[in-house]
Design a protein around this ligand. Structure first.
Ligand code: SF4
Length: 381
């Protein structure tokens, strides 16, 4: 069954290497769990950025090269000399009394960087550490974890160090955004928290125990306007609940594949002459066969957002999730306007929302008429 699923996903992706997941993509995946298109693309490892390019709707978000370079440099600084600077910080923030730490890097195993090998090595070492075996280590740099996403196992190459002390692991997340006077950008902290929750969840899965991994992660950032790191504990229990709930809600991938017409392919490969195997029109046709669930939040979370937004033009979904939910069952903006103006007869199912839309339209008209603001406020009250 798994082989069948894998081969169907390979057919959807075409004969190209699958795109690797990371905590960022899994965190983003949970932002729109109802989207079949995203679920299938991510499960098949379709390169959504490259697909968006081929569809003439290139992605316009992501980290700048400057931010990536700065992030890598800060991480390298914090981890220099076997994480010496980091250990000092961790002693303070986790209140540790240790004189010695063991450090293991999992970027490769004996010169081999195959994912299977790195994952097996990470798993064996982390399980030995959890079992309290001697010399199993304390600091684990870039362990390769594995997580089941929509029925398909994906490797996570975390930008993390799991710190183990007294049988409890802590996920350490190193970010290059600044903490100034003890305050950091709320959006960036929230995004680091959900990414860290992905690591906590994956690590708990690997160890087979929720108790073995703390829900307090340690966020390491530059302090004030310097490159000096500071460490802060962040409670990610809420993010873990959301993540687990949404991962569970992701439809089983087999069911999504079953609903797909035979032969649908998002193959981005090129032939021997360097020409794309599928034309843009064929890719658009394939996309049309895969149900999407666009909302404005997609713009910050999914590479296909500009294509899906264009496709959803005229739909109430483009106005946001809350509007779509308020308008339950009214899919098109012009239908909502027709119901509000009374120029369109409401069906039985639309009767309630039509009455609300007409009332909202009346209040709006009155508030826009000269001296109508006070009157509209009385009506609304
Ligand atoms: S942009 Fe499109 S594919 Fe991506 S999550 Fe939104 S609707 Fe789904």
């Amino acid at each position: 069954m798994q082989n069948d699923t894998d081969s169907r996903l390979r057919r959807l992706r075409g004969p190209v290497q699958p795109k690797r997941h990371n905590a960022r993509t899994i965190a983003a995946l949970t932002s729109n769990p109802g989207c079949v298109r995203r679920g299938l693309c991510d499960a098949a490892g379709v390169d959504k950025g490259a697909l968006a390019e081929r569809l003439d709707f290139p992605v316009r978000f992501g980290q700048s090269q400057f931010a990536i370079t700065r992030g890598n440099a800060f991480e390298a600084q914090v981890k220099a000399d076997g994480c010496a600077e980091l250990v000092t910080l961790l002693r303070e923030v986790l209140d540790l009394d240790i004189t010695e730490v063991g450090y293991t890097n999992f970027d490769e195993v004996g010169g081999n960087d195959s994912q299977d090998l790195r994952h097996a090595h990470s798993q064996a070492t982390l399980l030995a550490a959890a079992a309290g075996r001697d010399n199993a280590g304390t600091l684990f740099d870039h362990p390769l974890l594995r997580l089941d996403v929509a029925g398909v196992g994906v490797y996570l190459e975390p930008d993390l160090i799991a710190f183990q002390h007294a049988g409890i692991f802590h996920v350490i997340e190193i970010k290059s955004f600044a903490v100034i006077d003890g305050q950091a950008d709320g959006g960036k902290v929230a995004s680091a928290a959900i990414q860290s929750a992905v690591y906590v969840h994956a690590l708990r899965t690997l160890l087979g125990s929720d108790d073995a991994v703390s829900s307090d992660i340690v966020l390491v950032c530059p302090k004030d306007f310097s490159n000096r790191p500071c460490a802060t504990k962040v409670d990610v229990r809420k993010q873990l609940i959301v993540l687990q709930h949404q991962l569970n809600r992701l439809a089983r991938i087999e069911a999504l594949l079953d609903a797909l017409p035979i032969g649908v392919s998002l193959d981005l490969a090129k032939d021997d002459d360097g020409q794309p195997v599928l034309t843009r029109a064929e890719l658009v046709q394939a996309m049309d066969c895969i149900e999407a669930r666009y909302s404005p939040e997609c713009l910050a979370n999914c590479e296909l957002a500009f294509f899906c937004r264009d496709e959803a033009t005229g739909g109430t979904a483009t106005l946001g999730k809350s509007v779509r939910e308020e308008l339950g069952g009214v899919e098109l903006v012009n239908v909502a306007l027709g119901l509000a103006a009374g120029s369109l007869a409401a069906s039985d199912e639309q009767a309630e929302i039509a009455a609300l839309l007409r009332a909202a339209a009346r209040i709006y008209r009155e508030s826009m008429s000269p001296g109508g603001g006070a009157q509209a406020a009385r009506v609304a009250a």
